[in-house]
Design a binder for this molecule. Structure first.
Ligand SMILES: [Zn+2]
Length: 306
């Protein structure tokens, strides 16, 4: 059985949008509870999140935006995105979880990890917060990985929504491949299948639009029949996964019908597409029971695939 790392820190519970907001701390609490009750937790190597430095965040975000976030305090950044007093701290730990995971991979002993983070990251642009996201955790992770010697980074984003921030940050870069499946048309209205990158990055962005109502059949045909070849051709040094469980059939924030077993198939395909280090980072997923089950299934697959 492989050793699997699980990165988490209590600081990420301190981000508190208004009580009605779906992106709430109970998401992480429920995940931790389910892992404990199922016995999966004791099979994992538990690692504490690091607090990312502002220079780490600046690998991706503009200094103006970081300064605005540092001084903003409590309030509303866009119609979906709120901050509380300690949101900056939580967001630094979310991005810092990826840094912790990459540092661990460098050691060579544990090369597959799951980062249980919030706030999520893939909608955050270089210069703005968006769609529940403050800093783009996976994008910071990709740049930090490159600084650490993992030159070629393949990002898989299976969240129900397109990761507009991640695409825009890397679309002119041929060293980071961004692959996304997402409900379309849908929020945030980016990620058309003809968007394939720009300039030097042409051919290094790949979007698969998924029609609402689609489920296991559509997803598994993409993840089993198509993704592995794309990964092999790129030859990554590390894979980062924007793991958004709002594709689950029970999720109230999308119209995708992937079941828990479908999640297992997606995760299995990602893990078997390459033997390089692979780090999953939590994005969406708002039905608490299904979210916790899907994260557990992801970890069960990670434990199985050596
Ligand atoms: Zn989402």
């Amino acid at each position: 059985m492989s050793r699997i790392g699980f990165v988490y820190g209590d600081a990420m519970l301190k981000h508190e949008p208004p009580p009605w907001h779906p992106e709430r701390k109970e998401r992480l609490i429920r995940i931790l509870g389910d892992l404990q009750n199922s016995g999966v937790s004791e099979k994992l190597v538990h690692l504490r999140s690091k607090r990312a430095g502002l220079d780490d965040i600046a690998l991706v975000h503009t200094r103006e935006y970081i300064e605005a976030m540092r001084t903003f305090g409590e309030g509303c950044l866009d119609p979906d995105t709120y901050t509380s007093q300690d949101s900056l701290e939580a967001a630094l730990h979310a991005a810092g979880s990826l840094i912790q995971a990459i540092e661990t991979c460098k050691g060579g002993e544990i090369t597959r990890l799951f980062c249980a983070v919030r706030p999520p990251g893939h909608h955050a642009e270089a210069d703005s917060a968006m769609g529940f996201c403050l800093f783009n955790n996976v994008a910071v992770g990709a740049r930090y990985a490159q600084k650490s010697g993992f030159q070629k980074v393949f990002i898989v984003d299976f969240d129900a929504h397109h990761g507009n921030g991640t695409q825009h940050i890397f679309e002119e870069d041929d060293s980071v491949f961004y692959f996304s499946t997402h409900q379309y048309p849908y929020y945030p209205d980016t990620g058309k299948d003809f968007d394939r990158g720009k300039g030097k990055g042409k051919g290094y962005t790949y979007n698969v639009q998924i029609l609402k109502g689609s489920g296991n059949k559509e997803y598994l045909s993409v993840y089993q029949d198509f993704l592995p070849d794309l990964v092999r051709r790129f030859g990554p040094d590390i894979i980062l996964v924007s793991a958004g469980y709002d594709i689950h059939v029970n999720d109230p924030h999308a119209d995708i019908r992937v079941t828990s077993e479908g999640i297992r198939g997606i995760v299995h395909s990602i893990l078997t597409s390459s033997s390089c280090p692979t780090i999953f980072s939590l994005e969406g997923g708002y039905d608490l029971g299904s979210l916790a089950e899907c994260v557990r299934i992801t970890l069960e697959e990670m434990l199985k695939v050596s």
